[in-house]
Design a protein around this ligand. Structure first.
Ligand code: CMC
Length: 429
């Protein structure tokens, strides 16, 4: 594109080139700005900063559009499943039948953990948070397959297919065994003939003397949740993964950073907070207006509402709301929290505060209610998000690592601390 952005500083003028993405997203290329003018750009929270060029996921937050590799999320939710979508997100194309069969087989064949990892898992205190355990255990995979975690870019890329398979396969096992460790239950080994989510539920809930046989609707609902979380371009955890990867760090080390970033309540931890909030409304016998009022007063946020990018409905939230309706109709075990959530959504969407700020329900608003129905304990909700986001983290690591001229990520800052001063000896302070 020939358009140039002109930056005028005093009587000086600087021309910045512009960049246009494949969906006509426009950016001002400021890479030469500091060198030419001495100025940097300041963008606290990166709301206006493009940190990379990426071909994985497209979001139009004003229109509520989400596409992976060009495919609308609604089509993937209807026709695909988590494992196939993971392949698409990681490798860029829908797999052929043979590619998909081999991909599934690799994942099922690698689900179990090295016995050494089971010993590590056994030594965590019972009250450890599952996200803390997950981050340790993912790095431990790299310790057990050190040739795949070499921090030698070429070598790590050569092992990429296997390293990514190990992560997709074992993240679910780590999650299930974490739950069993905390419950004081024996490990359940995976069953390679089971599909991805069925196997996860088996490792979570089967007993040595009795297989857990979930209903198809339950397996499908979990699959949908994972699929809807599979990638979301440059969110906090994915940007963290890319940041770490930019230093040359291996895939395992990089996704561990993603887990830590995801843990926070403003990001993946929000799904837990939503259910706590709905439970509180239920226990208080309130209709939710107290939470809405507190959110408007700035005392607390309405969890599961608002998004940095979506200023319209988050399409994932719509898909989850309708799936929650279908699931509860089948289960014949209604959850009062679903009605509370719907009521809260309707009330917030009529309220000027939320309308003016374009705050809509996000992916976390209904996912927790479905997870409860599946029997997943609250503490594990963010871990489920991490299982779902794994394909995205892997795809972004690969995209960055494969870039021939990738630079280390190193933002600048505006320093606001003390100016130069002399050291004061201890006895004079
Ligand atoms: N409840 C009440 N007010 C809100 C909320 C909310 N959930 N979200 C934003 N606002 C207000 C905020 O107070 C501010 O008001 P004002 O202009 O008067 O100061 C305005 O809306 C803009 O907020 P912001 O903090 O500048 O928006 P952001 O883009 O930095 O934050 C967010 C995005 C997702 C962190 C935020 O909306 C939030 O904290 N939501 C609740 C937590 C949540 O549900 N997180 C999950 C996000 S989606 C999945 C994921 O990424 O993990």
């Amino acid at each position: 594109m020939d358009e140039k952005a002109i930056i005028r500083i005093g009587d000086r003028q600087f021309e910045c080139p512009t960049i246009v993405g494949s969906e006509h997203e426009k950016a001002i290329d400021v890479r030469q700005l500091r060198g030419e003018t001495g100025y940097i750009t300041y963008d606290d929270g990166y709301g206006n900063t493009g940190s990379c060029q990426s071909a994985i996921t497209y979001i139009d937050g004003d229109e509520g559009i989400l596409r992976h590799r060009g495919y609308p999320i609604q089509e993937l939710a209807e026709h695909s499943d988590f494992v196939e979508s993971a392949y698409l997100i990681i490798y860029g194309e829908l797999p052929t039948e043979d590619e998909l069969r081999r991909f599934r087989a690799r994942i099922s064949g690698n689900a179990n953990l090295h016995e050494g990892m089971l010993r590590i898992l056994d030594h965590f205190p019972d009250d450890s948070h599952p996200m803390a355990i997950l981050s340790v255990m993912l790095n431990a995979i790299g310790c057990h397959y050190s040739e795949m975690a070499s921090n030698n870019r070429e070598q790590d890329l050569d092992h990429f297919d296997w390293a990514s398979t190990l992560l997709l396969a074992k993240v679910r096992t780590i999650a299930a065994l974490t739950y069993r460790m905390k419950e004081g239950k024996p490990w359940m080994y995976s069953k390679p003939s089971f599909r991805y989510c069925q196997n996860f539920l088996h490792m979570m809930f089967s007993e040595p003397y009795q297989d857990f046989m979930p209903r198809e609707e339950v397996i499908d609902a979990l699959d949908l949740i994972l699929l809807l979380h599979a990638d979301h371009e440059q969110n906090c955890s994915t940007s963290t993964v890319r940041m770490i990867a930019s230093s040359g760090a291996n895939l395992f080390a990089s996704v561990v950073g993603g887990v830590s970033a995801l843990w926070g309540p403003l990001h993946g931890g929000a799904n837990m907070e939503v259910v706590k909030m709905l439970q509180q409304i239920h226990d208080d016998g309130d209709d939710g207006s107290r939470f809405i009022a507190a959110a408007k007063d700035g005392k607390q946020r309405l969890m599961g509402f608002g998004h940095r990018v979506y200023k319209n409905f988050d399409p994932r939230s719509r898909l989850l709301r309708s799936r929650a309706d279908k699931l509860f109709a089948k289960l014949e075990a209604p959850d009062p929290l679903l009605d509370i959530a719907k009521h809260l959504e309707d009330a917030a969407l009529k309220d000027d505060y939320f309308i003016e700020r374009k705050l809509y329900p996000n992916v976390d608003f209904y996912s927790g209610i479905i997870l409860r129905a599946i029997g997943i304990p609250l503490e594990m909700f963010t871990v489920i998000f991490a299982i779902g986001r794994m394909p995205g983290w892997i795809a972004h690591w690969r995209e960055l690592a494969s870039h021939p001229k990738q630079k280390i990520h190193r933002p600048r800052q505006i320093y606001t601390g003390a100016t130069e001063r002399r050291y004061v000896p201890l006895e004079k302070r």
